[in-house]
Design a protein around this ligand. Structure first.
Ligand SMILES: Cc1ncc(C[n+]2csc(CCO)c2C)c(N)n1
Length: 217
């Protein structure tokens, strides 16, 4: 079995809570209150900033030019994505000035600094184990919504769903998964256990991030 599939299975309870979170299901059905989506979008702006830093750290931690290139491409793609995020926020009534003055939520701080800590203290594989649930999970969420045909035709959140279901995003998520696969190729059982623990923790952090959207904290 592929390592990513194994890691998802090893965190299965939390993974299901992540993919089928109440925030996701309401968003999929178009019933999520706007205020919850706005709060999520604002915190996601801060999340994307620190998530980019994590890939900057992956550039530094790379052992080969190929690894450096893979991480650098993700930094580049997020730098482009953030412009889209800013204009998308504007469509939802959130100005760039508001984004720049936000106070960061505990869930965002916990998640992003955890990822960076994994990278600073651990191996490149450990950093990717912390990074991967983000990419693999959002790719799966959008596929799940489309496969189960959850979204009604007038869903105000359709653009968000389409963004993550797009071939471009699905491809970049698969690339992150492929890098983690490659980094796990020759690791020992005890290293794999550590990778599993990190992957599961980051998945729990994703659950907490959706919950933050619902709780408005
Ligand atoms: C909390 C949170 N988790 C995951 C994503 C999705 N995401 C953002 S950047 C990126 C990497 C490649 O573009 C991915 C998968 C998000 N937006 N917010």
């Amino acid at each position: 079995m592929l390592t990513c599939q194994q890691l998802i299975q090893g965190s299965s309870i939390h993974w299901k809570n992540y993919i089928e979170h109440h925030f996701v299901l309401q968003l999929a059905q178009g019933t999520l209150p706007i205020i919850n989506f706005q709060h999520y979008l604002k915190q996601d702006y801060l999340y994307l900033f620190h998530y980019s830093r994590a890939f900057g750290l992956a550039v530094y931690k790379a052992d080969t030019f190929a690894q450096m290139n893979a991480a650098q491409q993700v930094v580049q793609s997020i730098l482009e994505e953030i412009e889209l995020h800013i204009s998308y926020c504007k469509e939802w009534g959130i100005s760039k000035e508001e984004l720049q003055q936000l106070s960061e939520s505990p869930a965002c701080i916990a998640y992003t600094r955890y990822v960076l800590d994994c990278g600073m203290h651990g191996t490149l594989a450990e950093l990717y184990a912390a990074i991967a649930p983000c990419a693999l999970g959002y790719a799966e969420v959008s596929r799940m919504i489309n496969e189960r045909q959850l979204s009604p035709s007038n869903n105000p959140y359709q653009k968000w769903i389409d963004n993550y279901a797009s071939p471009g995003f699905q491809h970049s998520a698969a690339q992150i998964g492929a890098t983690l696969e490659q980094l796990c190729q020759f690791i020992t059982l005890s290293q794999l256990q550590k990778i599993q623990e990190i992957f599961t923790t980051a998945t729990r952090m994703e659950v907490a991030f959706w919950q933050m959207g619902l709780d408005l904290n």
